[in-house]
Design a protein around this ligand. Structure first.
Ligand SMILES: Cc1ncc(COP(=O)(O)O)c(C=O)c1O
Length: 435
């Protein structure tokens, strides 16, 4: 009888070689896993590994990989209609806009469908300029809004993203994003900017992430977003909420602005909207959107029927499975458990989050960012079968973003792997030091 051969690590190595041969040199991967299929919270690699995915393809697969409702909506649409663009009307595009408008904060009823988060942000900048007839934009230090030129200019999470890419968009001003206790000071800083550097009459929009994403999973103080809203109202500036990473139940509300009942004029959506299909949206009040007339803006693939069918299924599933409440409940439980983790690893200096969007910040005893410990814990976790992503301008934050649908036993299993990894650091595991 012939023996069944398990594929060995050389199979993955072969794929990585082929990857390096022809794929662009800009990809910065979080792991060297070579994945061929995925189901729920599990990634299955070509060399036979089964890895728990607590990164969700960078905050995208909120419903887990291959959710049956999304998968069957995609399958059904593929057989009906793949593409017409604006040469016709199409049913999934209309339904997606209706579903988005139904769940968006009140008043955001007009939807521009596009393909990526950056494109949604780009669209927001263009709409805000047209609607206000003003040119400038205020954004935040630590923000990430994407890689196209407008979005890239607003991005200020790592200087590397701008290096050698200039000149960028003119008229973009960056101000500090507040941490605990700094909410009022952050709004006052913008007022100072408006008094001393840029006249409010030249500012079209303030663009803000309701929770800082790539910049380190920073939850702003409660008064910050309402304070920003009031500032925008005082000066006739539009408030743009970039909910690309925080949207679709990730933070325990449908959208993160709901935590403080903040009403944006424009909202940018992507990632969780398609659960893996490339679909994004820029949503605005009817009044703001009315600044655009037919032909003012567009995109060939925006509103693709298959992507929109996925989006419709995603929104309906979030509601039917109660995922907003589940994200809040599981998030609270993980946060509570994580508050005990500094005892396992004293370098863990802050635990924070909303819903299942949780950040673990690591610093040295001197209080400096500690990316080395983050790298070691991620490496150790991956060895144990758990994929974790990092973030933060200094790469010193681990983010926990498991699927919102993850069975509790699997969530627990992942957290146990992480706890074991934390315990291998100095001070944990009977004092075994790896430094
Ligand atoms: C808050 C936020 N905005 C915009 C983007 C850009 O989205 P995309 O990569 O789809 O262009 C991202 C991506 O990480 C993001 O986190």
């Amino acid at each position: 009888m012939s023996q069944i051969q398990q594929p060995g690590p050389e199979v993955a190595a072969g794929w990585r070689e082929r990857d390096a041969a022809h794929l662009a040199t800009c990809y910065s991967r979080y792991s060297d896993l070579v994945v061929e299929r995925a189901e729920g919270a599990h990634l299955h690699t070509v060399d036979g590994r089964d890895v728990l995915d607590f990164g969700c393809g960078i905050g995208v697969t909120n419903l887990g990989h291959g959710h049956p409702a999304v998968r069957s909506a995609i399958h059904a649409q593929v057989d009906r209609l793949l593409h017409t663009s604006v040469t016709t009307h199409s049913l999934p595009m209309i339904e997606a806009a209706e579903e988005i408008a139904a769940v968006a904060p009140g008043g955001l009823e007009s939807v521009f469908l596009c393909n990526s988060g950056a494109e949604a942000v780009e669209s927001a900048i263009k709409l805000a300029r047209k609607a206000t007839r003003r040119s400038d934009v205020i954004a935040f230090l630590g923000a990430f809004h994407g890689r196209t030129y407008g979005a890239l200019t607003l991005t200020a999470s790592k200087a590397k993203y701008h290096a050698g890419m200039g000149p960028l968009l003119p008229g973009v001003h960056h101000v500090p994003y507040p941490r605990a206790g700094e909410g009022e000071a952050a709004v006052a800083e913008i007022e100072r900017l408006l008094a001393s550097v840029v006249d409010p009459g030249d500012v079209a929009a303030v663009v803000v992430e309701p929770v800082l994403g790539e910049g380190g999973y920073v939850v702003p103080p409660e008064g910050f977003l309402p304070g920003l809203r009031r500032l925008c109202d005082r000066h006739g500036i539009l408030l743009v909420a970039d909910e690309v990473q925080t949207g679709f139940a990730r933070t325990g509300r449908f959208f993160a602005v709901e935590h403080t009942a903040t009403q944006p004029d424009i909202m940018c959506l992507a990632k969780g909207l398609g659960n893996g299909m490339p679909v994004a949206a820029m949503v605005a009040t009817r009044e703001v959107m009315s600044a655009w007339h037919p032909g003012d803006h567009g995109t060939t693939y925006g509103g693709n029927p298959v992507a929109c069918a996925a989006a419709v299924a995603v929104i309906r599933t979030i509601r039917s499975e109660g995922l907003v409440e589940r994200s809040a409940r599981l998030g609270d439980a993980v946060l509570e458990r994580a508050r005990g983790w500094p005892a396992l690893c004293p370098r863990l200096s802050d635990v924070r989050g909303l819903g299942l969007m949780i950040g673990l910040e690591f610093t040295t005893p001197e209080g400096a960012p500690d990316p080395a410990v983050v790298a070691r814990i991620r490496e150790e976790s991956l060895r144990g079968g758990l994929l974790l992503l990092n973030c933060g301008s200094d790469d010193n934050v681990i983010r926990l973003i498991p699927p919102l649908t993850i069975p509790e036993a699997e969530l627990d299993q992942g957290l146990e792997i992480l706890e074991a990894a934390l315990g291998t650091w100095a001070g944990g595991n009977g004092g075994v030091s790896r430094e």
